[in-house]
Write a protein that binds this ligand. Structure first.
Ligand code: ZN
Ligand code: ZN
Length: 410
């Protein structure tokens, strides 16, 4: 198991670099009950870093399953005000949010998908004030992971539970660089590297990107006028730098919602609402998915695409080199936080307003007109391969090889 020192390093990293807690700020931690010991450690680190009050909200996914199994559909069509307030209240107060993402990927497999869809829609509505604040970087937030036995067993099915948890801990500590002597310094270096790529892409303002790989991916997407690449740290509206995700290896932007054409073939399975969607591809025309197929989980893919209008259009394009620390582990984590940082990816659904110049001040209609997609969902899927070639084309038609053999070429 991790040493006390490693755990302290990780907890300190989360509060200092992750949400960059400010003196006398409030800190809200959302944690699975299985991860209680580490959630308490984050709380300690939060106070040590200057927090005035730390609140932990526990999530019990095994109980959630009991509820999904026995409550009727209507129960999931609304969210009680006091639960909505659990996020909205703290967001309005400017608290920092830390979420521990450690779901058992299989738990909801047999749950009625209509109930899961209803719950997704209802919580999007109920937490809208929270999401609206998040959208304009009104608060610092950070998503991290800690192993649970069920999740670890899924990632390492050939190991006993204890061994699987141990292996997952080591993998997580490695990917978040908490296994190093000075993780904060390591993050500062990593941040500088991501910044360099972001600065290059923002300066070049490429008009379009073309992705090609031997598995069949052949996709062209246009980047809207005034697009902004981002990666690593973000800044709140109050100027506080924070890392939304730990680990993070991507630099990302948004494609123009109506200008994506060709086929994207997934290079890793996608875990959606407890179902695994495998060996799938999506074909786009004028930004919209016009056909799709999946060797497994096609029904779940259909549900995802039909969530709302924007769910069949793209809201994100992200570049991750094949040699990133996560991709080197060659492990499917069944957890977007890790899997999306293993390979280049796209996301169906909502775009980040911050990826358009001035987007944080734009209305929904203005964002749409600028090319940003909107949806209640945002689901990443991986397309990066070892042989991926990405060509960037400038406004005057000049081509630059951005990725060669799955890695940065610039
Ligand atoms: Zn991403
Ligand atoms: Zn994403």
């Amino acid at each position: 198991m991790p040493t006390e020192r490693q755990l302290q390093n990780y907890a300190a990293l989360i509060v200092k670099m992750g949400v960059n807690i400010q003196k006398d700020q409030e800190l809200l931690i959302r944690s699975p009950i299985e991860c209680a010991p580490f959630a308490r450690q984050i709380a300690e680190a939060g106070y040590a870093a200057g927090a005035r009050e730390v609140t932990i909200l526990w999530d019990d996914e095994k109980f959630s399953k009991i509820k999904y199994t026995h409550s009727p559909l209507e129960v999931f069509e609304s969210v009680p005000d006091w639960i909505a307030e659990s996020n909205n209240y703290y967001a309005r107060r400017g608290a920092a949010f830390v979420s521990i993402a450690a779901q058992d990927p299989d738990l909801f497999q047999l749950v009625d998908s209509a109930k899961l869809d209803a719950a997704t829609k209802a919580s999007f509505q109920a937490f809208k004030p929270f999401y609206d604040i998040l959208d304009v970087n009104g608060i610092a937030w950070n998503v991290v992971s800690v192993p649970t036995a069920a999740w670890a067993k899924k990632v390492y099915p050939d190991c006993e539970a204890v061994e699987a948890v141990e292996k997952l801990w080591q993998a997580i500590l490695k990917t978040v660089r908490a296994d190093l002597d000075d993780p904060v310094a390591a993050w500062e270096r990593h941040h500088a590297y991501l910044n360099e790529k972001v600065a290059y892409l923002n300066e070049r303002q490429f008009a379009r990107l073309h992705f090609k790989a031997s598995n069949g991916t052949d996709l062209t997407l246009e980047l809207p006028e005034g697009h902004v690449w981002a990666g690593g740290a973000e800044r709140t509206a109050h100027g506080v730098a924070f890392f939304p995700n730990m680990p993070t290896e991507e630099v990302f932007c948004l494609p123009h919602r109506e200008r994506v054409d060709g086929t994207a073939v997934a290079s890793m399975p996608l875990c959606y609402q407890g179902s695994l969607i495998e060996n799938f591809s999506l074909t786009f025309q004028n930004g919209k998915v016009v056909s799709y197929q999946a060797a497994k989980g096609e029904e779940a893919l259909k549900r995802l695409l039909e969530t709302d209008e924007g769910a069949s259009m793209l809201g994100e394009v992200a570049l991750v080199p094949a040699g990133s620390p996560i991709s080197r582990l060659r492990t499917l984590f069944y957890n977007t936080l890790f899997d999306e940082n293993a390979a280049c990816h796209l996301a169906l659904g909502r775009a980040y307003a911050s990826c358009i110049k001035g987007g944080l001040q734009m209305s929904k209609d203005e964002l749409k007109a600028a090319g940003a997609n909107d949806s209640m969902t945002h689901i990443d899927f991986m397309i990066g391969t070892e042989d991926m070639e990405i060509t960037a084309v400038s406004k005057d038609g000049q081509e630059t090889i951005l990725f060669h053999q799955g890695r940065w070429a610039v």
